[in-house]
Design a protein around this ligand. Sequence first.
Ligand code: GDP
Ligand code: MN
Length: 383
Amino acid sequence: MKLHEYQAKALLSLYGMLMPRGGVASTPKDAWAVAERLSAPCVVKAQVYAGGRGKAGGIRLVNTPEEAEQATADMLGTRLVTAQTGPEGAPVSRVLVEEALEVERELYLGIVIDGQVQAPVMIASRAGGVEIEQVAAKHPELLLRETIDPVVGLRSFQGRRLATGMGLPVSMANSLAQQMIRMYEAFTAKDCSLVEVNPLVVTRDGRLVALDAKVTLDDDALFRQQDMAALRDWGQDSPLEAKAGQAGIAYVKLDGDVGCLVNGAGLAMATMDTINAGGHRPANFLDVGGGADPDRVATAMGIILDDPQVTRILVNVFGGIARCDDIAQGIVQAIPEARKGVPLVVRLLGTKVEDGKRILTEAGLNIRFVDSLREATEALSTH
Ligand code: GDP
Ligand code: MN
């Protein structure tokens, strides 16, 4: 789960990192009021779950509260398309209004989990303000890294080593190291998978300030981060993904036309691989979960049916903990009279399989039952 920039900044400043003064606004009048309070030139920043806003017109420099109001009116209600959003863009329903700073240097700081060394790593670069992937591709020598021992945390000597490596004077290295340590404290306290400050700037008057902030939380830890989970902005996800997320169904929209309803993430991936190998394109990844009850299955089926690209549906369910009759009931419940003709290829196995098949057959759906995935891919071509 991602946080908006204004939420990420509130979090990081709670841990002692330094941010520009500012406030969030969801109306032009609010933006005017924030700018008035700051009484300085400001930046108005669109709040979306994506970076690359600067180049996409999502960040505007303004000189008066009236200009802040106007910039906000221009942005609110639009969809911002950046290099990271895809062509449909992301909806702007809030802006962050901040004092504009006079920037001397732009640096990059990021913490991610390095799967190879199985530890968090602090990445730093003197080439901040641009996408770090570009720096990695063109100037890998400008990327510095320190592996963090999870037992002791980031040590200040590591922070100083990164800071001096970025070319900061020793006098500044100490305070940057302190900022890094606070950043890592937030990273662990909130079970993050990414904390990124790009750019962290050195201002003309010599302060170190986080100009932008990005935080991604580990979804599997949200159960113990309820205050963070509550910050989720469902409007940023595609409607189908938001619906699935709220129902606790693992769903990823893809660009094919075969809707896939599967129980178990591994089985879902194997299903997608197999139908791909058979020359078909999945419309989605969907794991309805282990103990799927009829309502949950109906929600999942409804999401698949709501995808306009879906022309046929493959159900691949192994009834271990889940029961095939529950699955069947959910499917029947979800398919409205008008959609009964949609071709279904169904592979059901396991607990209560005969009951499940009977329920589906009696519902008068357009079904082809198959016993194996290979048969399923063949049926997708002919059914
Ligand atoms: P992103 O494009 O979505 O990553 O948004 P950022 O918040 O990183 O802003 C992009 C760029 O806008 C930064 O790298 C800065 O160059 C510029 N910018 C943003 N805020 C300020 C500011 O207060 N003062 C100055 N001089 N530049 C700013
Ligand atoms: Mn940025």
